[in-house]
Each structure stands twice: as structure tokens, then as C-alpha cells.
Design a protein around this ligand. Structure first.
Ligand code: SF4
Length: 199
């Protein structure tokens, strides 16, 4: 969608802001390659965190050494590279976990393993951008959430008038088109809008 928007707007650079439901490493990487700056929060899906153990963010990646620093201050080094669903992952651990005083808070396995996607630096950069611009998600909410509320109010508390995916999709597209046209009329006026459409 961001690529389509970039092409329609005919711009060299674009900023795309999305909620965590859209978080997908490959999409963030593709945006990066297409000169699209992304802002979206990472979903918290760590299995360890669900068990009350340290999450990924408790481990600090040290790029110059290609190692992770764990919450006990030890270094996890890269031992293997594996493939998972077409992704190349580098795996890091230390053999010293068995002597660790806080192991129970970290892993129930022999050692805690950290996997790092080969393009993880793009995700790290995206996270850094978001940390430096914490208002981005509030701006997203106030910019893109209210059109849906307005559309719902227009449609009333009823179902779609049509059935089957194609027809419902067309019905929704007409609502969105009507919303966009009304909004543009309010912002730039009817005459300039008609001129812009003709151009
Ligand atoms: S269990 Fe291993 S990775 Fe976890 S804090 Fe201890 S030494 Fe570090």
C-alpha cells in the first residue's frame, strides 16, 4: 500500500505509519528499499515474556562485535545459522547459562537462544525512529481512525446492503470514495477539485 501511495503521489520519499497489526519484517525491509520510512510498533509475541521471563528487549545487540549482551551482562555469540519460513536466522547463545544466578527468569532450557534475522538492522532502525518520535502513533490515530467512525455513522447501525466479497468490497469502496471527495471538497473546494481531477 505504501508503494502504491508513493507511486500515486509521485514522490521520491514517503513516510508510512501503521499499527502493530501490520508489523512484518519483509514489508519493513521492502519499504526501506523503496525509500519509504516506516513507523510501527513491534508486537510483543515473545514466548519467554509470556512465561514471565526476559523478553527480547532485555538483550542488547552490539553491532560492532555481532554479539548480544544478556541481562546478566554476559555476551551471547553467534553459533549457527538456520532457515525458517524462507528467512535466514543467525542464532546466538552462551554456554555459561547453566551457572547463571538469574537463569530461572530467562530460560527453562539449557541455554537462552536469541535468533536474529539477517536484515534485523532494518527493524532496529525502525524501532529507533519510533523511539525518537513517540508522537507518531498518536498522530496516526488522530489522522486515520476518525474516517472509519465517520463512515460508520454515515452507514448507520446496519449491515452492508450487498453480499459476497466482490460486492461488499465495491460498496465499501464507494463509501470511502464519497468520504474522500467530501473531505477534498472541504479542504480545497469543489472547483479546484474538479480541475485537479480533469488535470
Ligand atoms: S540465563 Fe544465560 S542468557 Fe539468560 S541472563 Fe543468564 S547467562 Fe544471560
Amino acid at each position: 500500500m505504501a508503494k502504491q501511495a508513493k507511486s500515486v503521489i509521485d514522490t521520491e520519499e514517503l513516510t508510512a505509519v501503521a499499527d502493530r497489526g501490520y508489523y512484518r519484517g519483509e514489508d519493513i525491509l521492502n519499504c526501506d528499499k523503496a525509500n519509504i520510512e516506516t513507523y510501527l510498533p513491534k508486537p510483543q509475541t515473545s514466548g519467554n515474556q509470556a512465561k514471565g521471563q526476559f523478553g527480547r528487549d532485555a538483550f542488547r545487540y552490539i553491532a560492532e562485535d555481532n554479539e548480544y549482551e544478556c541481562p546478566a551482562g554476559l555476551r551471547l555469540v553467534q553459533h549457527s545459522t538456520t532457515q525458517d519460513k524462507g528467512r535466514t536466522l543467525h542464532n546466538y547463545w552462551t554456554y555459561k547459562c547453566r551457572y547463571c544466578a538469574i537463569k530461572a527468569q530467562c530460560t527453562s532450557g539449557v541455554h537462552r537462544k536469541m535468533s536474529r534475522w539477517e536484515h534485523e538492522e532494518v527493524l532496529d532502525e525502525a524501532q529507533k525512529r519510533l523511539d525518537q518520535n513517540p508522537d507518531m502513533m498518536r498522530i496516526r490515530r488522530t489522522t486515520v481512525e476518525h474516517p472509519f467512525g465517520t463512515l460508520k455513522a454515515w452507514m448507520g447501525s446496519t449491515h452492508f446492503m450487498t453480499k459476497t466479497l466482490d460486492r461488499v468490497s465495491t460498496e465499501m469502496s464507494l463509501h470511502v470514495l464519497a468520504y474522500n471527495m467530501k473531505r477534498m471538497m472541504n479542504i480545497i473546494g469543489t472547483k479546484p477539485l474538479i480541475e485537479a481531477i480533469r488535470a
